[in-house]
Design a protein around this ligand. Structure first.
Ligand code: G1P
Length: 282
């Protein structure tokens, strides 16, 4: 069973300044729900029940979001707006939220290592909340958990991206073992596009086995002077096996203004369709 999901959420969100000056980027709404809540719902759909959130200074709104707000509850109770709190109440009442702070921003690999105390010695999911995903039939993490039960190793989600954008990502080279499933042979973080090993870019969904922590503890800073999860996964692949999975679904890069607007339009249209359907069903 994979019970825990780690959410690195300590980053500054500088691309969204000034909006992110006093609120965490993970709390920016896509329509009426903060980004991180989409990620939490995806993890729950994949069977996870404990959310391990790596926060930092200025991120307390995340903790408040996944907690009871007595004042708001009593104000809204019995009014026509009460249903708006239904989903978040359900999360707060039924799932566990744990937190630790990353005191220095030393990279994604470092953020994952900081989460070790929350995860312990078991396999876990990782969601980068600004990669907003919508799976076909089931969520991307749920697809990956299914594969974990078969392969019992770390798994990264990948998608094809155009060559001019490949330098923004972790990129894999692998041997296809099933359709859309690759055994990783090499991985590079933010390669020079001319030297990228393929057009398969890692996106922010991972299943990691806990031996990743000891690898992260020992690696040196890589691309951008940061401790890179990609570098640790490359070592894990060399020692044993890591799989890349071309997931089925859509992904929006909500770390960029363009992707954020695209996601907003997409989820707004979806909400409108659902509302029309609900009215018809009544
Ligand atoms: C991180 C990872 C990178 C991955 C990307 C997906 O990069 O380091 O390997 O491809 O997320 O969004 P970041 O976007 O934090 O620079």
């Amino acid at each position: 069973m994979i019970r825990k999901c780690l959410f690195p959420a300590a980053g500054y969100g500088t691309r969204f300044l000034p909006a992110t000056k006093a609120i965490p980027k993970e709390m920016l709404p896509i329509v009426n729900k903060p980004l991180i809540q989409y990620g939490v719902e995806e993890a729950i759909e994949a069977g996870m029940d404990t959310m391990a959130i790596i926060t930092g200074r200025g991120k307390r709104a995340i903790e408040d979001h996944f907690d009871i707000s007595y004042e708001l509850e009593s104000q809204i109770q019995g009014t026509s707006k009460e249903h708006l709190l239904h989903d978040i109440r359900h999360l707060v009442q039924n799932y566990t939220f744990t937190y630790t702070r990353q005191k220095q921003m030393l990279g994604l690999g470092h953020a994952v290592l900081v989460g070790r105390t929350l995860i312990g010695n078991e396999p876990f999911g990782v969601v980068l909340a600004d990669d907003l995903c919508e799976g076909e039939e089931k969520g991307v993490l749920a697809q990956m958990v299914g594969l974990y039960h078969k392969y019992r190793c770390s798994i990264v989600a990948v998608m094809e991206v155009p060559k001019e954008q490949i330098g923004k990502y972790g990129v894999i080279r692998g041997k296809e073992i099933e359709e859309g499933l690759y055994m990783i042979e090499d991985m590079v973080e933010k390669p020079n596009p001319a030297e990228a090993p393929s057009n398969l870019a890692v996106i922010g969904r991972y299943i990691l086995t806990p031996d990743i922590f000891d690898i992260l503890k020992d690696i040196k800073p890589g691309a951008g002077g940061e401790i890179q999860l990609t570098d640790a996964l490359k070592i894990q692949a060399q020692k044993g096996m890591v799989i890349a999975y071309r997931f089925k679904g859509k992904r929006f890069d909500c770390g960029s203004v363009e992707g954020y607007v695209e996601a907003t339009n997409y989820f707004f249209d979806k909400l409108k369709r659902d509302t029309i359907k609900e009215k018809k069903d009544v």
